[in-house]
Every structure is written in structure tokens, then in C-alpha cells.
Design a protein around this ligand. Structure first.
Ligand SMILES: [Zn+2]
Ligand SMILES: [Zn+2]
Length: 424
């Protein structure tokens, strides 16, 4: 940990401010210089972000959960989640109606060229719009059980604590984030961003797995894939039905007129489904945080949130290290940057002085830091975890297991290190 070398005096209140080279000097007494960029861009910018959709619903849900308490609270059907589900089923239902009518025209109208042509068109339309099961694709390394038995055992133990099925595959990526989705019919995949994983302490890693698997336990991914595929179908409808600009011919005007109602129907359906599906997101995230706290301890879940506040710092250091590695790559005596990249990233975050960590905690409440557009403001997530009170870890990642897990991840980590520049 770098020591503070000198001290300055706050121009606003006169309190002493330790100076850490490379970090911003700010006053803990009156918050002087805690986030000057917020004032450069104007408080209006901040206020605008506060009005941001996720932030707004994040706050309303926060207040509700702060009253109720999150402990032991599990996912439940809310009017918006039911409406999103019903809308999604209607969208997919319409696709199947097209298929049914098309098939009927083909069979009953066989011999009539118009019926056959129209029937074939409807069946083809169904093939384009049909609900899709996402596949595991991409170039990122994919791990199965046999590739990483200790890592899977760790994920299994977290899943077992939550009474949910574990994952079938783990995809290793460079991002400062993690996610879970489904693929195929009922298969589950964990996307592990090494930019985040590499900088976490063992217990924070358990908390991250707890949060992600919490989304499975709460049925978020099932809901997400139903709604997600319906959104995809609606976007296709809108793209197909969007009228071309009028070319001046009367017949074209007629076509535009006829398409108007279906176009607006698809467009409003899309807007509505986007809105109602966003509404439920903050609640899902807070409840996944609660499961993370239950499995890994509230303290570890909170530490994980605080690490998320440094996502930009980790991200830019990761880019810097990978550019440096690229510059070395042509040299004979090139160091093994693909091996050292992730440990160096972890060292970089570990060297951030406590004072800078405290500054980012304060800034997060001012600039409404969010992990990404789907997550509620981080400072509210931290506050809910604080209100939850301390809890004992149910899954503990000891040092020996952690190094075994890291050994299993090494081949994939090396591969990802070499492609950071390309993928990020
Ligand atoms: Zn001051
Ligand atoms: Zn989440």
C-alpha cells in the first residue's frame, strides 16, 4: 500500500488532506474536489442520470425493499412481470397462428396457386419470427465439467445452497462483468469476465457466483429468455413493417396506408414490452444480491459491490496492460504477458489506497454509478446489503481450492489475455 507522502490543506474548510501520488486529492471533511467532473458537466447532467429509467425504478424498488427487508425474500410475480410474460406469449402465439394458417392454406388450397403462394409466405414468415433458443457460440474459451472440475464443484456448491441447478458451461471472457443466460432447451451458462474475477478476493468470488446463480434461483433467466426472444421477434416485425418513404406513386401510398396499423401495433407492442420488462429489473438485481449475501456473507457481497465502483479503473488498466503486451509481442525477449496480465491487474486494484476507495464510495452516491444499464445504482445496492446486517458464509472458498480453480482457469486466461485488445 503506497504511503501518503505529503499533506495539503483543504481550501474550503482547512482540513488536512493526505496526498497519494497518482490519485486525486480531496477533503474528507467537506467533500472538496471529491468529484469535480460532476460540476464541470453540470449538476444538470447528474440530475438527468438520476431520472434515468433504471435509476428511477431502482430507487422506488429500493424504498420498498428497505421497508420490507430483503432477507429471505424471493422472487414473486409482480404485475409488470406477469404483463411482460403475457405480452411475450401473445407475440409468440401470433407467430404460431401464422404457421397454422399457412399450413392450412398449403393443405386445403393445394392446386390453387394463390393459396399455395400465400401459405408458403406465411410459413416462411414463421421461420423468421419463430421463438429461438440461443446457442453457445463465439470465439471465447468455453469450459465444460471435465475442463475445470474444481471450478464447477465451486459453482455446484453455490447452486446447491440456493436449491437451483448448476451450470452446464462456463464461458471465459475479458470483461469487467459476469452474467448468466440459458442456451439450447434448458442448458445454463455462466459468462465469467476475468477483468472482474481476477481482481476479486476468494470470498468476493463466491459472492459473484452467488449473485449470478441467484438469477437462476429466482427464475430471472427463464423470464428473461421468454421476454428476450419476444423482443427479438417484435424488432423483426417493426423492421419488416416500417414503410419505405413514399415514391410518388398512388399504389405505393395505398400500401403505406394499409401497413400503417400493423406497423403502429408492432411499434407500440415493442415499446410496451421494453418498458414493462425493464420495470422488474432492479428488484431482480437486489434479490440476487440478497442471495449473494446469504451464500458468501453480507460482508463479501458488499465488498464485491465496492469493487464494482472501480470498474472503469480496472477497465482502463486492462487496456493499458494489453497495449503494452502488444508492443512487447514482436520482441525476442518478450515477457510472458499472457501469464502476467491478470495478476498484474489484481495488483493494480489492490494498490488503490483506502482513501481513494472512500472517495469512490462518496462519488457513487453523487453520480449514481451503475454496473451496467440493467443494474440499479450501486450505492443503493450497498445500502440494502448494509441494512440486511451481517451474515455467516455458507460457502467458503479456501486458499487451496482457490489456487486449484485458478490453475484450471489458466489455459483459458492465457487465451483471453492474448485477445483482450480485439474483444474489448
Ligand atoms: Zn474541506
Ligand atoms: Zn445481476
Amino acid at each position: 500500500m503506497p504511503e501518503a507522502t505529503t499533506e495539503q490543506v483543504c481550501p474550503q474548510c482547512g482540513t488536512g488532506m493526505p496526498v497519494h501520488e497518482g490519485y486525486r486529492v480531496w477533503c474528507a471533511g467537506c467533500d472538496w474536489n471529491v468529484a469535480p467532473e460532476l460540476f464541470v458537466y453540470g449538476v444538470g447532467g447528474t440530475a438527468e442520470r438520476r431520472r434515468d429509467f433504471a435509476g428511477r425504478h431502482g430507487t422506488a424498488t429500493f424504498e420498498e425493499l428497505a421497508r420490507e427487508g430483503t432477507q429471505g425474500l424471493r422472487a414473486r410475480l409482480t404485475p409488470s412481470s406477469v404483463l411482460a410474460g403475457v405480452l411475450a406469449l401473445l407475440v409468440h402465439g401470433l407467430s404460431f397462428v401464422l404457421l397454422g394458417v399457412g399450413a392450412w392454406l398449403l393443405v386445403a388450397g393445394w392446386g390453387n396457386p394463390f393459396a399455395v403462394a400465400f401459405g408458403a409466405l406465411l410459413v416462411l414468415t414463421f421461420l423468421v419470427l419463430r421463438p429461438r433458443f440461443p446457442r453457445l457460440g463465439g470465439t471465447a474459451p468455453q469450459l465444460g465439467r471435465a475442463d475445470a472440475p474444481r471450478l464447477f464443484a465451486l459453482v455446484d456448491s453455490v447452486a446447491a445452497e440456493m436449491d437451483t441447478r448448476s451450470v452446464d458451461a462456463i464461458v471465459v471472457e475479458p470483461y469487467v462483468n459476469a452474467a448468466v443466460t440459458t442456451y439450447g432447451l434448458r442448458r445454463r451458462v455462466l459468462h465469467l469476465g476475468l477483468g472482474l474475477w481476477a481482481v476479486l478476493t476468494p470470498q468476493q468470488k463466491v459472492a459473484l457466483l452467488g449473485h449470478e446463480l441467484g438469477h437462476f434461483a429466482n427464475g430471472d433467466t427463464r423470464h428473461g429468455s421468454l421476454v428476450g426472444s419476444a423482443l427479438h421477434t417484435l424488432r423483426l416485425w417493426v423492421a419488416v413493417l416500417t414503410p419505405d418513404p413514399w415514391d410518388g406513386r398512388l399504389t405505393h401510398l395505398l400500401v403505406i396506408g394499409m401497413m400503417r396499423i400493423p406497423y403502429y401495433a408492432a411499434q407500440s407492442g415493442l415499446t410496451l414490452l421494453e418498458k414493462v420488462s425493464l420495470r422488474g429489473l432492479p428488484r431482480r438485481e437486489y434479490l440476487a444480491d440478497d442471495l449473494a449475501a446469504e451464500v458468501a456473507s453480507a460482508e463479501a457481497a458488499r465488498d464485491l459491490m465496492e469493487t464494482l465502483l472501480h470498474a472503469d479503473r480496472i477497465d482502463s488498466e486492462l487496456r493499458r496492460l494489453s497495449n503494452e503486451a502488444a508492443a512487447f509481442a514482436s520482441r525476442q525477449d518478450a515477457p510472458r504477458t499472457d501469464v502476467t496480465l491478470w495478476p498484474r491487474l489484481a495488483e493494480h486494484l489492490a494498490s488503490v489506497p483506502p482513501r481513494e476507495r472512500e472517495r469512490l464510495r462518496r462519488v457513487s452516491a453523487l453520480d449514481w454509478h451503475q454496473q451496467d444499464s440493467t443494474h440499479p445504482p450501486t450505492h443503493l445496492r450497498i445500502e440494502l446489503l448494509d441494512r440486511r446486517g451481517p451474515s455467516v458464509a455458507k460457502v467458503v472458498l479456501d486458499e487451496r481450492t482457490e489456487s486449484a480453480v485458478e490453475r484450471e482457469l489458466r489455459p483459458a486466461a492465457k487465451k483471453v489475455a492474448r485477445t483482450v485488445a480485439r474483444d474489448m
